[in-house]
Ligand binder design. Structure first.
Ligand code: DX5
Ligand code: ZN
Length: 214
């Protein structure tokens, strides 16, 4: 599978977000990872649909929206209208029945659906929804902040997931050269990376380095 890179704008300079986005777009990023946090599901607050709507105007990259919020189903319409191309919800925040409803809604709007799970959440929790989703986002840090260290126990989780799921497997948190290698080898094909990319002097080579790390 082709390895796709999803720079997480949580590590970007928000005072010049358009330039930061242009930078990763020029560097060959495949999509833009946008972290939405509500201060309830995670101990941090970021942005909402209003900002996503404006991001939509400055880039052609697919918008990969990672919802770290409670009651995600209540906000789906706003994020779809804002121009999201993929929306990922956390299994810790939503029932299988509601995921089914989301799937129908997103399918009719041409938006992909992802499910994410925290480092401490076992794979068994998402097994019942794998046939409903296009993507699984495996968290390799506790969600809430960029710049944390990669949690290695997600590697066997990715490996097991790849043996039962043929869709996209994304990994999110603490991605650098070393963890990119481990996760690509385990079967991940999308790397969401914040500080490694935006913290690099040469963004283009950072993108290339992790893409080719496996
Ligand atoms: C963490 C976010 C991640 C984060 C990644 O809650 O979901 O997307 O921004 O940042 P790094 O790559 O710095 O760990
Ligand atoms: Zn994320």
């Amino acid at each position: 599978m082709k390895i796709k890179i999803a720079p997480s704008i949580l590590s970007a300079d928000f005072s010049c977000l358009d330039k930061e986005i242009k930078k990763v777009e020029d560097a060959g990023a495949d999509m833009l990872h946008i972290d939405i946090m509500d201060g309830h599901f995670v101990p941090n607050i970021t942005i909402g649909p209003v900002v996503v709507k404006h991001i939509r105007k400055v880039t052609k990259l697919p918008l990969d929206v990672h919802l770290m919020i409670e009651n995600p189903q209540d906000f789906i319409d706003s994020f779809v209208s804002a121009g999201s191309n993929m929306i990922t919800v956390h299994i810790e925040t939503i029932s299988k029945e509601k995921i089914k409803l989301l799937k129908e809604k997103l399918k009719s709007r041409g938006v992909k659906l992802g499910v994410s799970l925290n480092p401490d959440t076992p794979l068994a929790k998402i097994k019942g929804v794998l046939d409903l989703v296009d993507l699984v986002l495996v968290m390799s840090v506790s969600p809430g902040f960029s710049g944390q260290s990669f949690i290695k126990k997600c590697v066997p989780k990715i490996k097991e997931l790849r043996s039962i799921f043929s869709g996209d497997i994304a990994v999110d948190g603490g991605i650098n050269l070393e963890s990119a290698k481990l996760t690509i080898k385990a079967g991940a094909n999308i790397l969401a990376a914040g500080s490694y990319i935006f913290g690099s002097k040469d963004v283009k080579s950072a993108v290339e380095r992790i893409r080719n790390a496996g």
